[in-house]
Structure formats: structure tokens, C-alpha cells
Design a protein. Structure first.
Lengths: 270, 273
């Protein structure tokens, strides 16, 4: 990546609205993510943060507004343009989403074999390097089902890194992991930050890891961005919902919220 | 009176709704099939690797089905011979047993029984595989890696099924005749050579070709329904079960319906000749 583009937006959203059926999940978001930045999108479950991530990768269609990724309007782009764009993106899913029919090594080799003209022997070496990077050397021939949750996530990282992407997306990288494993994942992200000049977008609800890795934190609540700034600034925020989130205060009307979530899940099913 | 009229209207509306749903489903199947077949020829993926995937699928849907298809159609042939002989013996026309078995198996039972076994083995597996991939976000992961699930998953299945189901049908024809022969030789007073000669004399090329054409279409239908059900899986493990069941039920229904259409067509036109 040239130095000239550092500091210019790589992803920008203007009045971005996303709907599942009749229900609007994201209510007109406006933000920019700059080249080389590590942005954490923080929010509770059902806040719309995962939907935002899926929309940025083009897995979800926006209802109105504009979302540009590397200058491409995701709402209007053809499947072919989106596919070309995705070659420069890496996405690591919450549950790993490794293909169960392939081994761990084959999973990581897959994008390389399909999209690059590299010889299989070269790909094999690259797979070994990527696995080593995430601390999974020697697990090439394991089936994904034989890995623990944390290992699956790390293998998914390796697959996301396979094509040396310009933008890396992480969906809940440390959710459901024990503290040691979660710290390991945070370290991995910090190492990636040092080793590559990639733009990283991390969706999480883990406060500790968010403050550790982020250059900038966007707090999403009920489909709106309620705070956006560097971690230090966010700590001093006096926005009531941000404070509630940071101070881990339960909702007073938790009953309502629960119904809200249930409704979201049942209506969000495609 | 007004109540009766409203309920009749309601019935009409429901019928219309059901018909519309049916047509939409068929339209979906046609869309999926045409896109997958298009992708077979202009795949955005590496040709060599797509071929390998199709070959892998062919092994599991075709070669893997040989034992069970053989066993079932052998017994179907045997049953046909027994049932036929039961009636023909009274007429003193036992020499017609090979012809009866040969025509029934090659024109109808071979392709049909093969299709039903393939639905049970592979159609359900397609729905479960794709449905599980939907639930575990593997389909999204494929898209995120710029690998079109249609080209990556569905197109190889179409190729494998279009080739292997007709092959299995021909194989099952042979096994059915062998089943009939087993009866003919042990209880019907035929020699093995005599049985096969009578079978050969009773069959025309069009009998076998009719079966092959049918099973080719069956193969496409089973793949389309299995994959369609897989893609339409909602969230949760329960949904995978639902789509697998409906893949099997709908495939069987559609195969039988298409079979009826084919049979009527061949009856009117006098078969392929």
C-alpha cells in the first residue's frame, strides 16, 4: 500500500440503512474508516454490529444510502465487481466457518488455489507460513471438527490472511473463549497490526480487547452509532448508553429489551 | 348463502395461492438449474479443480450407490419375474417372462428405482450439506472468499448427477434382468443362455434409450430440488432436518410426475426409435 493513501477513507458510509424484511436494523449510519486504521465496532448483542460488518463485506444489501469500499458503491456493484473486491478482503467469522469437508490446510489453501496462479507447492509453503503466524503449525491435516473453538478461530484468521488482504474483518474474535485464549487472539491482532499495514475492522462486545487493540472505537447501539473516537476519548464519554456499556450496568427495562431481541431474531430469519 | 359464497371464494383464493407458490417453486428450480448449468460451461473457477470436484461427487453419488442399486434392482427383477410367472403360467406362456421383465425393468423400473435410491442417498445429502453450510455460515464464507457457491458447490453436483444417474440406470437394467434370470433358471425352466437370448430378442434399443433419457432428467431434478432445499434452509439445526425431508419428498413427487409425462409422451409417439 502506498504511503500516500494512508489517512484517506477506504470504507465510507453515508446515511446507510439496512433492513431485514420490514424491520430496519441500521438507521442511517455515517462513518469513515481510514487506510491502515484498526477500528473496533463495539456493541451489545442485537445492536446491529454484525449486520454492519456483513454489509461492509457485501453479504447483506443496504436498503438505502451509500456504502463505498475502496471506492466501489456496494449497493450498486455487480456480483463480479464485488467478487473482485472480496479478493482484497479477508473475513474471519464468529464460528470460524471453516469448510467441514476440507482439512484445515485445504481450507487455507482454497482461496490461493482458486484465485492465484501459484503452484501447489508454493501454496503449501504459504499455508504453512500462515498457520505458523496464528500458532497452529502442524495442524494442516486436521479436520476443522477436530479443533477447539479457539483453534478454529485462529485457523479462520489464517484463511482470512491467506490472500494478503488490504482490509481484514473480524467478527467477534474472542467471543466464547477462555481469558487466556482471548488474550492470545488479541496478541495475534496486535502482531498483525505491527507486521502488515492492513486496515482492520473488528466487531466485538469484549471491552478489554476492544480498548487494547483499537485505534478508534465506534459504539453501535440499536442500529445507531452513539460514539466514535479513540479509546481514551471514549473512556471519558458521558453519553448515558456508552457509560452504561462501559460500566456494565444492566438495563432497567431488561424485559422490553429481551422481547426486542426475540423479535429481531424471529424477524431476521431469512 | 353469502357465507357459502365467501367460503367458496376463500377456497378459490387458497387454491390460487397454492398454485402461485407451486409455480414460484418451479421457477426457482428452473432458475437454479439454468444458472448452475451455465456455470458448468463458463465457470469463474479453475477448470481443472472444478472437474476434480465433479469427479469426487460422481464417485460418491454414482460409484458409491452401485452396491445398494444392484441389490434392490436385482430383487425387483426377481419379483417381476415371480409375479409375471404367476399369471403367465396359467396361460402356458412362461416363455414370455424374460420379455416382461426386460421391458418393465429397462423402460420403467430400472430408472425409477435408481432415481428413488439416488434421492435417498444423494438428494437428501445435497440438502443436508448445503443446509448445514448455511447454518454454520460456510456459504457466507465461500462468498466472502469470492467463491460463488453455485459454481463451487452446485455446478459439480449437476455434472456428476447428469452423468452418473443414467449410468446407474443402465447398470440397474442389467441387474434387474439378472434377477429375472435367477428365477428363470432356478424355477422357470430356462437355461441362462436361453433366458438372455429371449431378453435380447424382446428388447429394442429404444427401450434402453427411453430409460436413459428419463434418468438423465431425473438426475437434474434431484440435484435441483436437493440444492434448492439446502439453500432455503433457515437458521438452526432443526431447519436442516426440515429441508432434508422436503428435498426427499419433493424429489420423489417431481420424479414421479415427470415420469408420468414421459410415459404418456412415449406412449403417444410410440417411443424413441
Amino acid at each position: 500500500m502506498d504511503a500516500a493513501v494512508v489517512g484517506t477513507p477506504i470504507i465510507s458510509a453515508r446515511d446507510l440503512r439496512v433492513r431485514y424484511g420490514e424491520r430496519e436494523i441500521l438507521h442511517g449510519l455515517r462513518f469513515d474508516i481510514l487506510h491502515g486504521e484498526t477500528v473496533v465496532i463495539l456493541g451489545g448483542s442485537g445492536s446491529g454490529k454484525s449486520t454492519l460488518l456483513r454489509t461492509m463485506v457485501g453479504l447483506e444489501k443496504s436498503h438505502s444510502g451509500e456504502l463505498r469500499v475502496k471506492g466501489v458503491d456496494m449497493g450498486k456493484a455487480s456480483e463480479r465487481t464485488k467478487a473482485e473486491l472480496r479478493l482484497k478482503m479477508g473475513l474471519s467469522f464468529q464460528g470460524g466457518a471453516l469448510l467441514g469437508s476440507l482439512s484445515v490446510g485445504e481450507n487455507i489453501a482454497l482461496p490461493l488455489l482458486e484465485h492465484s496462479g501459484l503452484a501447489p507447492s508454493t501454496v503449501e509453503v504459504m499455508v504453512r507460513i500462515k498457520l505458523e503466524q496464528v500458532g497452529l503449525s502442524g495442524f494442516e491435516d486436521f479436520s476443522p471438527s477436530a479443533l477447539s473453538g479457539g483453534m478454529k478461530k485462529r485457523a479462520a484468521f489464517a484463511r482470512a490472511l491467506a490472500m494478503d488482504p488490504e482490509i481484514l474483518f473480524f467478527d467477534e474474535p474472542s467471543a466464547g473463549l477462555d481469558p487466556i485464549m482471548a488474550a492470545g487472539i488479541d496478541n495475534l491482532i496486535l502482531n498483525l497490526k505491527k507486521a502488515y499495514t492492513v486496515t482492520m475492522v473488528i466487531v466485538t462486545h469484549e471491552l478489554a480487547s476492544a480498548f487494547l487493540v483499537a485505534d478508534r472505537i465506534m459504539v453501535v447501539d440499536k442500529g445507531d452509532i452513539i460514539a466514535d473516537g479513540p479509546p481514551d476519548l471514549l473512556r471519558q464519554s458521558d453519553h448515558p448508553r456508552v457509560r452504561q456499556f462501559l460500566d456494565r450496568v444492566p438495563d432497567s427495562e431488561s424485559g422490553d429489551d429481551e422481547v426486542d431481541h426475540l423479535r429481531m431474531y424471529t424477524e431476521g430469519v431469512r | 348463502m353469502a357465507v357459502a359464497a365467501t367460503s367458496r371464494l376463500n377456497l378459490l383464493a387458497r387454491l390460487g395461492g397454492a398454485a402461485e407458490e407451486c409455480l414460484a417453486y418451479l421457477g426457482g428450480l428452473a432458475q437454479l438449474s439454468s444458472r448452475a448449468l451455465w456455470l458448468v460451461f463458463v465457470s469463474p473457477l479453475k477448470r481443472r479443480r472444478s472437474f476434480d470436484r465433479a469427479a469426487g461427487q460422481a464417485m460418491s453419488v454414482g460409484v458409491g450407490a452401485i452396491p445398494i442399486v444392484s441389490l434392490i434392482t436385482f430383487f425387483i427383477g426377481l419379483i417381476m419375474a415371480l409375479q409375471g410367472a404367476y399369471e403367465l403360467r396359467r396361460l402356458g406362456a412362461m416363455q414370455l417372462v424374460p420379455a416382461l421383465v426386460a421391458v418393465a425393468v429397462t423402460r420403467e423400473l430400472g430408472p425409477l428405482i435408481t432415481a428413488i435410491v439416488v434421492i435417498g442417498r444423494s438428494g437428501s445429502a445435497f440438502a443436508a450439506e448445503i443446509g448445514t453450510m448455511r447454518v454454520t455460515e460456510e456459504l457466507d464464507a465461500l462468498e466472502a472468499m469470492a467463491l460463488d457457491p453455485m459454481a463451487f458447490l452446485v455446478a459439480p453436483k449437476f455434472v456428476a448427477m447428469a452423468v452418473m444417474v443414467p449410468c446407474l440406470a443402465v447398470w440397474s437394467d442389467l441387474m434387474g434382468v439378472l434377477g429375472g434370470c435367477a428365477f428363470g433358471v432356478t424355477a422357470g425352466g430356462f437355461t441362462t443362455l436361453g433366458y438372455f437370448t429371449s431378453t435380447r430378442n424382446a428388447l429394442t434399443a429404444s427401450d434402453v434409450v427411453t430409460g436413459i433419457v428419463k434418468s438423465f432428467v431425473f438426475g437434474l431434478i434431484i440435484t435441483a430440488v436437493g440444492c434448492q432445499e439446502g439453500f432455503s434452509t433457515g437458521a438452526g439445526a432443526q431447519e436442516v432436518g426440515r429441508s432434508t425431508t422436503s428435498a426427499v419428498v419433493r424429489s420423489i413427487l417431481m420424479v414421479i410426475l415427470v415420469d408420468v409425462v414421459f410415459t404418456i409422451f412415449f406412449y403417444i409417439t410410440g417411443g424413441l426409435s
